[in-house]
Design a protein around this ligand. Structure first.
Ligand code: ADP
Ligand code: TYD
Length: 229
């Protein structure tokens, strides 16, 4: 399939991937990025938390399961500090150059994990987003929702593998099942609230089938931005 995406975008395009841990975001993001590059797009790939030198330090701190006693509000503040830095250093400059930014997680994650999981509620997350993110919202969000038990099991297995290699990023995966259920339900709520921005994709399909569906959605969006030929 040729997307007609090969001309540079005049104002950039901000695409985020969302979903619970282990839903397949990173796998799909890599595949989409490779497809877009074959189509001639200039792509910037980043992730949250992380993606800048400061963000990588924040990531190490908040994902490390040895970081005990982090107050939910402190966690919320760190997520938005990481995001403000990434917007200033990576995302805005790339969009201003007309590039496509693919970001693994953004504010929907904060709403799902801190708003839902930690039970701070959506309102404080959306208000903080307005203050800290300077009005930047994704043009499109791909939300991957696989079967709840299966994706949690996948995330925990992957975490055991990374822990064996000396990395410790398991602070969220080790939360109890009820935490993860609240995250999952909050994602569904966000998708119902913003159907124009958020496209939910059934994650219990083979990797290639999900990729084809994502390509179709992105292709259609980029064509509609380009307008009639
Ligand atoms: P996330 O970034 O959402 O945490 P990953 O892309 O890292 O998820 O995937 C988590 C694990 O599940 C990886 O081992 C990956 O290879 C596997 N995986 C990803 N997508 C699928 C899929 N559709 N079916 C089966 N396994 C998958
Ligand atoms: P990551 O490696 O991106 O997630 P995944 O397991 O899906 O590959 O880890 C990021 C973790 O941080 C993940 O458990 C979700 C959590 N998180 C928040 O709690 N709030 C946020 O705002 C963000 C961006 C992530």
């Amino acid at each position: 399939m040729s997307a007609g995406t090969s001309q540079a975008l005049s104002r950039g395009f901000f695409l985020t991937f969302e979903g619970p841990d282990g839903s397949g975001k990173s796998t799909q993001l890599r595949k989409l990025s490779a497809w877009l590059e074959r189509e001639g797009q200039s792509v910037v790939v980043t992730r949250q938390p992380g993606g800048t030198p400061l963000g990588d330090r924040i990531r190490a701190l908040i994902l490390d399961s040895r970081t005990g006693n982090l107050a939910p509000m402190a966690e919320l503040g760190l997520m938005f500090s990481d995001r403000a830095q990434a917007i200033a250093e990576v995302i805005r400059p790339a969009l201003e150059q007309g590039r496509m930014v693919l970001c693994d997680r953004f504010t929907d994650s904060t709403e799902a994990y801190q708003g839902g999981g930690r039970q701070l509620g959506s309102e404080i997350v959306l208000r903080t987003h307005k203050v800290m993110c300077g009005g930047l919202n994704p043009d499109l969000t791909i939300l991957l929702l696989a079967d709840f038990d299966r994706s949690l099991a996948r995330a925990r297995r992957r975490n055991d593998r990374t822990a064996a290699s000396g990395q410790n990023e398991g602070r969220f995966e080790s939360e109890d099942v009820e935490f993860h259920r609240r995250v999952y339900l909050k994602y569904r709520e966000i998708a119902d609230r913003e159907p124009g921005r958020v496209v939910s994709i059934e994650g219990d399909q083979p990797i290639e089938a999900i990729h084809r569906r994502i390509v179709a959605v992105v292709d259609e969006r980029l064509r509609s931005m380009a307008g009639p030929c």
